[in-house]
Design a protein around this ligand. Structure first.
Ligand SMILES: [Zn+2]
Length: 402
């Protein structure tokens, strides 16, 4: 199968495929080449999402296989990439064997899902539903202070208007399926090759800027201080407490302490909190609790806290009909399977939150390692995933089930 060789080729480009950087550009070129080799028609939108299509008799309806080709900083070679390469090869195989499908099929190679460079997730998929605003994109900056539009300019991409951004919107997608490495250990521990995802947690990224007052660390009495970092420490602990209390997961992984000097009271701290939960009510309760706590700390300490919702994607339950199709195919191929909830966010979540019936197939990750160079999925598991994906798509698009 071509997928195994292609994974190695993408690995050789590098595992730092962040939006609009050099490796991202090289990876996109390679994916385009593979799609053309496999007989698919390639186009892209203004954000950089790549569409590899096999047109059907009915072109007004599309079944999309979706996954992302960006990575986190020094990430792995499998996260996102496996789903895209499996999709391209599956469509190539279906075209060769069965010809024109009833409805159009496509692989959407999503430009950005991880949020690694500009700290806001799902940019690629959100563009397909008009969820991106030009004004918000204009404000995005990476760690080197390079703006979103400057980063585009560096690789020769043009600026665009809100009107052009709105043209990315799609209304022809009737089903979305994603194949992804599991990134935890349920499958590996049970020696089951195929996982079927039932739920994806809601995910929010909350940016806080705490503004206090810089002063002399030796001469300012404790009760006259407006220490932004001490306030941040309380808030970070509270975020951890929310994860434990509500049985969700909460992280404050991004922090910047201005001055960062041993003898100056910290005056400005920036934090980004990541909070996730499967239950929509609890998900929103966590946000309310954090807001209230931050307000109390703000008053108590005399600091000012700016609060910005960078991303808020609601929890979703995936389509039971699509999951049934995946189960049927897995049984047909003679593979064992299990259903479980995802811990991580996935592109298909955005599809599902826009009422597109969606499914997510997992294949095992060795030791559950992900978002690291050591990430690995065995060849046999990749081939199994590709077979399940291809046959599921075949049943949906050539058998007039939809
Ligand atoms: Zn991923």
């Amino acid at each position: 199968m071509k997928i195994l060789k292609r994974i190695q080729e993408i690995k050789n480009i590098g595992n730092n495929r962040q939006l609009y950087n050099e490796q991202w550009v090289e990876t996109k070129k390679a994916l385009e080449r593979y799609a053309i080799e496999d007989g698919l028609k390639v186009s892209e939108d203004i954000i950089g999402n790549l569409f590899c299509r096999l047109e059907g008799y009915n072109r007004s309806k599309t079944i999309s296989i979706i996954s992302h080709f960006d990575s986190v900083e020094n990430g792995g070679a499998y996260d996102g990439i496996v789903g895209i390469l499996a999709g391209i090869e599956a469509l190539g195989m279906l075209k060769k064997k069965f010809g024109t499908p009833e409805v159009s099929l496509e692989v959407i190679c999503i430009a950005e899902e991880e949020g690694a460079r500009f700290k806001t997730t799902f940019l690629g998929c959100r563009a397909l539903f008009g969820d991106l605003k030009y004004e918000n994109l204009k404000r995005l900056k990476d760690k080197q202070n390079i703006s979103f539009f400057k980063a585009r300019e560096v690789i020769g991409l043009k600026p665009f208007s809100q009107k052009e951004l709105d043209r990315c919107q799609r209304n022809d997608i009737i089903t979305a399926i994603e194949l992804h490495v599991e990134q935890s250990r349920y499958l590996e521990k049970t020696q089951i090759p195929i996982g079927i995802c039932t739920h994806i947690p809601g995910q929010m990224k909350i940016r806080m800027v705490i503004v206090g007052e810089a002063n002399h660390a030796g001469t300012t009495p404790m009760f006259e201080r407006k220490d932004a970092l001490c306030c941040a420490a309380k808030i970070i602990s509270f975020v951890e407490h929310l994860g434990i209390k509500y049985e969700g997961v909460t992280t404050t992984g991004y922090t910047i302490n201005a001055k960062n000097a041993t003898n100056i009271i910290p005056s400005k701290v920036e934090l980004i909190h990541d909070m996730r939960h499967h239950d929509p009510e609890v998900f929103n309760q966590m946000l309310e609790d954090l807001t209230n706590y931050a307000k109390r700390e703000e008053e108590k300490r005399g600091v000012h806290i700016e609060f910005e919702k960078l991303v808020k994607i609601e929890p979703v339950e995936l389509s039971t009909e699509i999951n049934e199709q995946i189960k049927k195919v897995t049984r047909q191929i003679g593979l064992r399977q299990m259903e479980f909830k995802s811990g991580a966010g996935h592109d298909v979540q955005i599809m599902s939150s826009h009422d597109i019936p969606s499914g997510l197939i997992f294949i095992p990750s060795v030791e559950g390692i992900s978002h690291r160079m050591e990430e690995y999925t065995k060849n046999e598991d990749i081939v199994n995933g590709l077979n399940v994906l291809a046959l599921t798509i075949k049943n949906l698009s050539y058998g007039l089930i939809l």
